[in-house]
Design a binder for this molecule. Structure first.
Ligand code: SF4
Length: 583
């Protein structure tokens, strides 16, 4: 089904805002844990981000005190050089998060005003960036926000014209044309950030094709306001909202096609939330059978039931790869273990889910007790079932359960990595590796032990299947970590994408999946695993295609993308059943 909601690829954090937020969060989570952190003026123009910085005890000050201590972060928009000096003199440790593109405009102004040029800045008089730029121009700075304001300026002997980085492109071009006709000797620097230009160009294109446009972002954000202007200029009804609660859902749901974009300081999780609300409202309006499916799938996904079924499916595929008999109780034991461990995990991750998937966080908060009960009950049932399978499966499940429960206990002491005894969870990036190890053990060792079919000749096959299952589980975890990167950073979680960057992590996933296709092929070819390995290659292959398509998107809005990722394990089980039926 073709989606009738179009999300601009350029929606969300631009490079400068992302950098500023990351600098602030790194200061709070890693570098300056415990000491006082301030921002001089709001770090960016977005209320949700400012609120969470407040929650992280990062305070915003507007005036420079005579004496200060701690770290002060300079906002993405930059500040006048005189203010920076005063902050240092007051005793703050200054961390400069000014966007590099704003620094470039500051440098142009500094150089030309030193050479005697007057500086005309096309921008909003009271915008933080413009105030900062004026500081570099000194007496020679002049701000104009309309052609009329330019007409009121005197003629200068020599002057340069620059633009606020988030200026409306059309306005700047008209202004440049007017000024150059009158003063051909003035020098022009189109300093509009290409991120702003691309954003405006894209929403202009999208507006032509939709019935209404929703622009998400702070009410004081200049670039967000301009996106609404651009959509309105195209003759479309446009709404500027800070969050989904401000939407007139009756109106929105009645439109055939909706466009969504967002300002440079709008976090992904706010955009995703708006998208999800609009999608749900439209499904409700249509009262389609799709809505029931949507609600059921959402529940299966968020409650980990789908994931538990996936564990059973992967265990089935592993047994077929190892050519060993498999009983349903073994599949059920694997499913119960995964349900229990992942539900406990979700209950401890409510804070980061608040940003990544607020509806999921609400569900876990609201149903904390029944979900905790279900997780513990499933855990006990899993142990009981493993006992019925035999002593070895029982020991394997007990070891994995103890390892899972110890994850948050201070039991590891690794020189240069930990500060004395710390929980395993504090080792950066450990979560994905441990989950992968648990899935590998569960899907491989459990069926082997349950079938009582271990022999030394099987070790190469067991290793291959272990690596395959662990790698596919590793892929799932770090893929979701990439999608949740902003929320995890805010919650202070240190995941692999946070440590190594989104691009490098998604490259790692691609190579990993590619290696798994190769591993299955070689191992089947050499007879280390059964010929089912050839058919199972479909599973990593479709995962790879999905990743290749999705890494092209700037923002990952969809519940459907999450659902597809979560359903990949089921593919392995379906392929195993097909193999069993036809072989
Ligand atoms: S819009 Fe451009 S100039 Fe402004 S903060 Fe973002 S990247 Fe920097």
């Amino acid at each position: 089904m073709k989606d009738d909601i179009v999300i601009a690829k350029t929606a969300g954090f631009c490079m400068g805002v992302r950098r500023a937020v990351e600098i602030a969060l790194d200061e709070a989570n890693i570098k300056n844990k415990g000491s006082e952190i301030f921002t001089f003026g709001p770090l960016i123009h977005n209320p949700q981000v400012l609120k969470l910085l407040e929650d992280k005890k990062i305070q915003c000050i507007e005036e420079i005190p005579e004496k200060g201590k701690g770290t002060i972060i300079i906002r993405a928009h930059g500040i006048p050089p005189q203010s920076k000096k005063k902050l240092e003199q007051a005793g703050f440790e200054v961390v400069d998060a000014t966007c590099p593109r704003v620094i470039k405009v500051q440098a142009i102004i500094k150089k030309h005003s030193a050479e005697g040029y007057d500086v005309i800045i096309a921008g909003d008089h009271d915008h933080a960036e413009v105030i900062g730029l004026l500081g570099y121009a000194g007496e020679k700075g002049h701000v104009i926000n309309s052609i009329e304001e330019f007409e009121n300026l005197p003629a200068y002997e020599k002057a340069i014209v620059v633009a606020q980085t988030t200026q409306n492109t059309k306005f700047y071009k008209d202004l440049e044309k007017t000024i150059s006709e009158k003063f051909p000797d003035y020098k022009f620097f189109n300093t509009i950030c290409d991120s702003t230009e691309k954003r405006q160009e894209e929403i202009k294109e999208i507006s032509k094709d939709v019935d209404a446009v929703v622009v998400v972002g702070g009410k004081t954000s200049g670039n967000t306001k301009r996106l609404k202007e651009v959509a309105s200029q195209e003759g479309k009804t446009a709404f500027h909202i800070e969050n989904e609660s401000e939407l007139d859902m009756n109106f929105i749901a009645a439109q055939k096609k909706i466009g969504i974009t967002a300002g440079a300081s709008t976090p992904n999780w706010v955009i995703s939330q708006v998208y999800k609300e609009i999608k749900t409202a439209r499904l409700k309006k249509e009262k389609s059978a799709l809505l029931c499916c949507f609600i059921v799938l959402k529940f299966l996904f968020r409650s980990n039931i789908l994931l538990a079924a996936g564990a059973g499916a992967l265990t089935t595929a592993a047994a077929v790869l190892l050519d060993i008999p498999l009983e349903f109780p073994t599949v059920l034991t694997a499913s119960l273990y995964i349900f229990s461990i992942h539900t406990i995990n979700n209950l401890t991750l409510i804070d980061s889910d608040r940003f990544n998937d607020p509806q999921k966080a609400n569900m876990y908060e609201k149903y904390k007790f029944p979900l905790s009960f279900a997780a513990v009950f499933a855990g006990f049932l899993c142990i009981a079932m493993s006992f019925s399978l035999g002593i070895l499966p029982f020991i394997a499940v007990i070891i994995m359960t103890i390892a899972g429960l110890c994850y948050k206990l201070p039991i590891v002491n690794i020189p240069k990595i930990t500060n004395g005894f710390e929980p395993l969870s504090r080792i950066k990036g450990s979560k994905a590796l441990l989950i992968a190890g648990a899935w590998g053990m569960l899907c491989t060792i459990l069926p082997i032990f349950s079938a009582n079919d271990f022999s030394f000749s099987k070790i190469p096959g067991i290793l291959v299947v272990f690596i395959f299952c662990a790698s596919m589980a590793f892929f799932r975890t770090i893929w979701f970590d990439i999608l949740a990167i902003q929320g995890n950073k805010i919650a202070g979680e240190i995941t692999i994408p946070i440590l190594y960057g989104e691009k490098r992590t998604s490259d790692l996933i691609k190579y990993l999946i590619l290696s798994m296709i190769f591993l299955l092929f070689i191992s089947s070819f050499t007879g280390i695993i059964s010929n089912f390995g050839y058919l199972l290659m479909i599973y990593p292959a479709i995962s790879l295609i999905f990743i290749l398509i999705n890494t092209k998107k700037e923002i990952q809005p969809g519940f459907f993308d999450d659902l597809i990722t979560e359903s990949f394990f089921l593919t392995a089980g379906i392929l195993a059943l097909i193999w069993k039926i036809f072989s």
